[in-house]
Ligand binder design. Structure first.
Ligand code: ZN
Length: 215
């Protein structure tokens, strides 16, 4: 991946305060809060999982020769708003953005991962198509490389779901995806999320998918 730049966005912040409720532009004519607190389960907060996973992914991508830009530099503070994360992404002029999250769905039996893509990107339809192709490559790599199934509750079994309300995707001019790495409210998914070996396997899968997509 020499010569390539990837922006890695560990979703949410180490510390959430009510100040993060202020509305910011979200693209597609919408506004939304600067940032949300994210989910949590069993005293494992989503922001911490996102950070733990991002740390492994950053190491792997740098080992492959990529330049990596993070949207927040630690898991202690109240990092940037979602619109500023998009600006960080655009300013880095990367090949792609990968935003890392975990879901918090309370439906019985809801588990598995899914990719979110935007169908209303400021980058336009070409960037939307590239983002869908990236999501497809990353999904195939996750299917091969981890024990986490595709989402049972969103995406109709494809593991990919298009939305219009995600600021960090709407506002970027480069290909990007958001990955919900399982459902923290599901015990089986949470057990995987807590596992360093699982997080490493997810990072390896993302790196492989990126390499294939860039080829
Ligand atoms: Zn999240």
């Amino acid at each position: 991946m020499a010569g390539r730049t990837i922006v890695v966005d560990p979703g949410h912040n180490g510390v959430w305060t009510t100040a993060l409720n202020r509305q910011v532009p979200a693209g597609n004519g919408r506004t939304k809060p600067c940032n949300s607190s994210g989910t949590a389960a069993g005293r494992y907060a989503e922001h911490a999982f996102n950070w733990d996973l991002a740390s492994v992914l950053v190491t792997q991508l740098r080992d492959l020769g990529a330049k990596v830009v993070l949207t927040r530099s630690n898991d202690h503070g109240s990092g940037p708003c979602v619109n500023i994360r998009a600006q960080i992404t655009n300013d880095a002029k990367p090949d792609a953005l990968v935003s890392l999250h975990a879901d918090g769905n309370l439906a019985k039996g809801a588990r598995g991962y899914h990719f979110i893509i935007s169908s209303t990107m400021v980058g336009g339809s070409a960037v939307e198509r590239q983002s869908r192709a990236l999501a497809t490559q990353l999904r195939n790599a996750l299917d091969d490389g981890t024990d986490l199934p595709r989402s049972t509750y969103i995406g109709g079994g494809t593991g990919i779901h298009a939305r219009t309300d995600i600021a960090g995707l709407n506002l970027i001019r480069v290909p990007g995806v958001m990955l919900e790495v399982g459902n923290m409210r599901n015990a089986a998914d949470l057990a995987l999320q807590r596992s360093p070996a699982f997080r490493k396997a997810v990072a390896t899968s993302i790196a492989k998918g990126l390499v294939r997509w860039l080829d």
